[in-house]
Design a protein around this ligand. Structure first.
Ligand code: FMN
Ligand code: NAG
Ligand code: NAG
Ligand code: NAG
Ligand code: NAG
Ligand code: NAG
Ligand code: NAG
Length: 384
């Protein structure tokens, strides 16, 4: 558990300080034992937030800062984590939930996975482990979930795609278009097809550089700086360059969700980039709620993915309850990769365990039948 000094000082004014890692007891148990620069035994970790603790002790400051940082005052980063607890659950009892795990299998753009969550694209996996993205590919295979490698990977794409369990392991490739000229982009898309990706994830939430103070201090700013050109007209042109579906990542309003569908998006990805891009942009849960309230048919018209701040089984359930098809997790898997594939696999297992048991306690016997009635969507006061 770590309090920011400023938040701690203002505790009398605020309901309570921001807590980056809610207290799981790990610091009391291991804080004085695990030497800085070393990792606690994998089996001593109890949930996804523990991977943050482990990575913070293990990685050097600049590398940890690259993963951890958010934009500007980090209000979006914090809100992504805190928003989930503002909406109370409405658990139903006396429901047969014994077959809950049978309903985990999920199809994303026609590809089958063992759970409705996936590894979001995050640059520079090599900061956590020398194997870099290879640990994430292998962990995803062992857990049978989707992984979306980032264009700005530490390992090159040949190595990443060669690390697949076999050519049936599905990866969706994230891209930025630093050079938006059509020929360069066409060549990139052809190369990605040749690598064996099954979809392209086009990140559209970062036309400008992310203002990141914490990262600037350590010299580990955004992997894509400068201005990028994104328009729906350009998006339509991109679709003519490849047979792969192109999923826009970084939708943050109901208007843009609708425009994405009108422009032929095969799936849309709600995200504020983990709060790293535009401070005070909304969490994906808030965007999903806005879509639900204003144009809920969208959830039936296209596949909706969402990420940001997901750390517990209940976070996944709240997004699914609104109609989100699959939920992305970024930092926890990057931190878990300090242990390589074994850590990534353990993080997958932890989240599956929580998802199954939280669904059971919520009275959801079939994940496919979860609906908005399981959550009180009027925000309640903060837990204090
Ligand atoms: C270290 C790091 C690097 C990231 N790099 C990328 C990237 O290259 N492309 C991208 O679309 N999103 C990137 N993101 C955003 C993630 O895809 C995802 O939206 C975000 O991490 C989700 O929030 P979470 O970390 O709270 O789960 C990055 C996030 C982190 C933490
Ligand atoms: C690790 O470093 C922190 C900060 O420098 C220090 O407070 C802590 O005591 C160190 N832990 C160990 C086990 O040495
Ligand atoms: C921190 O670790 C990264 C990755 O292992 C390495 O590239 C970098 O040089 C290290 N930085 C410092 C300041 O030690
Ligand atoms: C990818 O990186 C590996 C080293 O990890 C290197 O051997 C290989 O030549 C690289 N491939 C390409 C296409 O750059
Ligand atoms: C490919 O690898 C996955 C993951 O290990 C395995 O489940 C699947 O059966 C394999 N498929 C083929 C066609 O070998
Ligand atoms: C793009 O490619 C086309 C055909 O492959 C070629 O005619 C054209 O000159 C190229 N444009 C640029 C700017 O390189
Ligand atoms: C979406 O589809 C579900 C299941 O077919 C249906 O119950 C629901 O009414 C649809 N919602 C809208 C807004 O079309």
């Amino acid at each position: 558990m770590r309090f920011s000094a400023l938040a701690f000082a203002s505790v009398a004014l605020a309901a309570r300080p921001f807590i980056n890692e809610p207290d799981t007891g790990i610091d009391d148990q291991l804080g004085s034992i695990v030497a800085n620069g070393s990792l606690p035994p994998l089996k001593s970790l109890a949930g996804l937030p523990d991977f943050d603790w482990a990575a913070r002790h293990y990685m050097n400051l600049s590398s940890y800062t690259y993963y951890r940082n958010g934009a500007a005052g980090e209000w979006s980063y914090r809100n992504n984590l805190e928003i989930f607890q503002r909406f109370r659950l409405r658990p139903r009892v006396m429901v047969d939930i014994t077959k809950i795990e049978d309903s985990f299998e999920t199809t994303l753009l026609g590809h089958k996975f063992s759970a409705p969550f996936f590894i979001s694209p995050c640059a520079r996996a090599g900061y956590a482990h020398p194997e870099g993205e290879v640990g994430l590919v292998k962990g995803a295979a062992q857990g049978n979930i989707l992984y979306m490698p980032s264009l700005y990977s530490s390992r090159n794409r040949s190595d990443i795609y060669a690390a697949r369990a076999n050519t049936s392991q599905v990866l969706f490739q994230q891209v930025y278009l630093d050079d938006p000229s059509i020929n360069v982009t066409a060549a990139l898309f052809k190369a990605i097809e040749a690598n064996g990706a099954k979809a392209i994830v086009l990140t559209i939430d970062s036309p400008g550089d992310g203002v990141r103070h914490r990262a600037a201090r350590s010299g580990v700013g955004s992997a894509n700086t400068g201005y990028s050109l994104f328009t729906w007209e350009f998006y339509k042109q991109l679709q003519t360059l490849t047979t792969l579906p192109i999923i826009p990542k970084g939708i943050q309003t109901v208007e843009d969700a609708r425009l994405a569908i009108q422009n032929g998006a095969p799936a849309i990805f709600l995200s504020n980039h983990g709060g790293r891009q535009l401070d005070t942009s909304p969490s994906a849960l808030e965007v999903a709620l806005e879509i639900f309230e204003q144009d809920r048919g969208i959830f039936n018209e296209t596949e909706v993915y969402a990420d940001g701040g997901v750390r517990y089984g209940i976070d996944v359930l709240k997004l699914l309850a609104l109609g989100v098809k699959a939920v992305g997790v970024g930092r926890p898997f990057m931190y878990a990769n300090t242990y390589g594939a074994a850590g990534v696999k353990r993080a997958v297992d932890m989240l599956k365990y929580e998802l199954a048991n939280d669904a059971a306690n919520l009275g959801v016997g079939d994940l496919k039948k979860i609906g908005p009635q399981f959550v009180q969507w009027k925000p309640s006061g903060w837990w204090s």
